[in-house]
Write a protein that binds this ligand. Structure first.
Ligand code: NAD
Length: 280
């Protein structure tokens, strides 16, 4: 497994498993399978209502705590809850979090960010992340924060490569962590002819070619899968290298089109929708 160094010196694995849309039981099984097959990075969120399952998967894997990099996300309804980080730790069954995000630029995100900064200073979290803070939100946060975030988690794949965001994050050493790295199951992305051609050339699958492209772009990836074969396959991308010409050919797929086009109303609604943690 490969690691990248964050702007605070912390080392973070570049490939992990994401458990969005997984039931707690699915998260438990998939996280256990991933860690047992050599993964070291797991990404969940308060809003996925599977942090307890994720924590059980980590325990069941038998992998030592220091060898697992856990990222999770505070939901906007938690930004003013001063016990939110302790409650998150309790659900995960952990005593620190490697990377904690603000999930959305909604609600009182300034209060949420101050909580992250305090938890970072207290050693409860090892790195700070922001998720979906694009455009004006990123500008405002960077102008106001005391501690520059280490990671930005955003939609990112060959159809949408976050050109504008990267102009701001790259100079500050903020790593991009790509959500929907494989297009969230959209067949048209995985079936682009360029990926079939390169899969044939390198003896890999189209999904592996896409993940390798992310890796060479410097993006951290967290593909979601409940399938043990796919889980193994998604981390097996370190024995080949795409050429500059191949990277340039893939770059032509960037249409600047996202899968998720949330409205301002949707974003505002995140400030009141409360995850039901008792469902786990
Ligand atoms: P993804 O792009 O990872 O695609 C998952 C789909 O690809 C599933 O249908 C899966 O069956 C398929 N797949 C996985 N491996 C495959 C393989 N080797 N071959 C063929 N098909 C394969 O999308 P996702 O799972 O929705 O997103 C990944 C992660 O990103 C989430 O689990 C979550 O951690 C994160 N995420 C974050 C946000 C956010 O707002 N921060 C939003 C969405 C997702």
């Amino acid at each position: 497994m490969e690691y990248t160094e964050l702007n605070n010196g912390i080392k973070m694995p570049t490939v992990g498993i994401g458990v969005f849309t997984f039931t707690p039981e699915e998260a438990e099984k998939s996280v256990e399978a991933a860690l047992k097959s050599g993964y070291h990075l797991v990404d969940t969120a308060n809003a996925y209502v599977n942090e307890r399952g994720t924590g059980r998967g980590i325990k069941n894997s038998g992998v030592k705590r220091e060898d697992v990099f856990v990222s999770t996300k505070l939901w906007p309804t938690e930004y003013e809850n001063e016990n939110a980080i302790n409650e998150t730790l309790e659900r995960l069954g952990l005593d620190y979090i490697d990377l904690l995000f603000l999930h959305q630029p909604a609600g009182n995100w300034r209060a949420g960010y101050r909580q992250l900064e305090k938890a970072y200073k207290d050693g409860k979290i090892k790195a700070i992340g922001i998720s979906n803070f694009e455009g004006k939100y990123l500008d405002e946060l960077l102008a106001e924060c005391e501690i520059t975030p280490q990671v930005m988690q955003v939609e990112c794949h060959p159809y949408f490569t976050q050109v504008e965001t990267r102009k701001i994050t790259e100079p500050k050493g903020i790593k991009i962590m790509a959500w929907y790295p494989l297009g969230h199951g959209d067949k048209s992305l995985v079936q682009e002819p360029i990926f079939a051609k390169l899969a044939e050339k390198y003896g890999k699958t189209p999904a592996q070619i896409i993940l390798k492209w992310h890796n060479q772009m410097g993006f951290i990836v967290i593909p979601g899968s409940r399938n043990p074969e796919h889980i193994k396959e998604n981390a097996d991308i370190f024995d080949f290298e795409l050429t500059d010409e191949e990277m340039a050919e893939i770059a032509k797929l960037d249409k600047g089109v996202r899968y998720y086009n949330g409205t301002d109303e949707q974003l505002a609604s995140y400030a009141t929708w409360q995850p039901d943690y008792e469902k786990e």
